[in-house]
Design a protein around this ligand. Sequence first.
Ligand SMILES: Nc1ncnc2c1ncn2[C@@H]1O[C@H](COP(=O)(O)OP(=O)(O)OP(=O)(O)O)[C@@H](O)[C@H]1O
Length: 353
Amino acid sequence: MLEINVKKQLGSLALSANLQIPSNGVTALFGLSGSGKSSLINLVSGLSLPDQGYIQLNNRTLVDTVRKINLPPEQRHLGYVFQDARLFPHYTVKGNLAYGMKKVSKAVYQEIIELLGIEPLLKRYPLTLSGGEKQRVAIGRALLTEPELLLMDEPLAALDLPRKQELLDYLDRLAKEINIPILYVSHSLEELLRLAQRVILIQQGKVLAFDDLETIWQSPHFLPWKGVQQQSAVFSLPIEMHHPLYQMTVLNFAGQPLWIHEMPQKNAGDLVRICIYSSDVSIILQPTKGSSIRNVLACQITEIEIQAQQVEVRLNADGLQFGASISRWALAELELQVGMWVYAQIKSVSVIA
Ligand SMILES: Nc1ncnc2c1ncn2[C@@H]1O[C@H](COP(=O)(O)OP(=O)(O)OP(=O)(O)O)[C@@H](O)[C@H]1O
């Protein structure tokens, strides 16, 4: 558990946070530029000192202004990956990895090298590496210090789009396979969706919300980030089974089947994160025969919001909430009302990971 209870004045920005973050998975610090994300992470790393408060990692005090404790960064057992890789130019990749490395077993070393795909780079110097390769080395170096927590401050921000995608794949694998919690600063929705289990939404130095990504995604605080035309719901759903003939996989959507393209690399019970856009959902009163749409879910209308261009209908299928964007004409013709049971036809499901 990472416990943060701090206050710090930064120019005109009053930063304050009171958070208990579980010691597993990826927790994203998300917010607009200048909202205080890096400043908060710098308090955790020890690069700056709170005016007031304390930070504890797994019951170890990193800083406490009352008890006058302030561990220097190197004693905090943290790995830090910045936007730029900050490798030593005069050391090879192997030399860079060795810097600050704990006596990790050969097996752990090999696992990290393989996970990040840096074996072929070991003899090269940073100058000869691409931005994405440098970042992979920087992440490897941080992991080899055997940190209790990995801090990543927009590790993809300095990369071009293809490199970003490439590194995102590595980070995704890393987040699933290593057992080190990650505090990840970002303002990219894509990175959030791919990597984060939970999100700290920060605005003007204050924590606006902190919850699972799926919950934050649905919260009103998050609406501005998604845009009116892009309303969507995110779910992590368990795999029920693969359909061998049609190369489809069925997920358990609160007891109802939800079909996606086949994910043979995953097993029954594994979670798959998906996104359903309201614009891909239509409403029918009875399940129809003779439709090519496979995903038809029974659900109840919980809210009808008439917007300028469309009507957003909120639906609930045994606790799982999502939306359908329909026209005013359809609303009138189907005589939809809050509380009615209907069927949601889902034209397409975006599979994230
Ligand atoms: N030492 C400082 N003195 C005065 N103001 C500071 C100091 N450090 C940060 N700030 C200000 O605090 C605000 C938050 O900065 P911070 O870098 O934490 O934001 P951020 O959310 O990480 O932004 P970005 O996404 O652009 O990196 C900014 O307005 C910044 O100028």
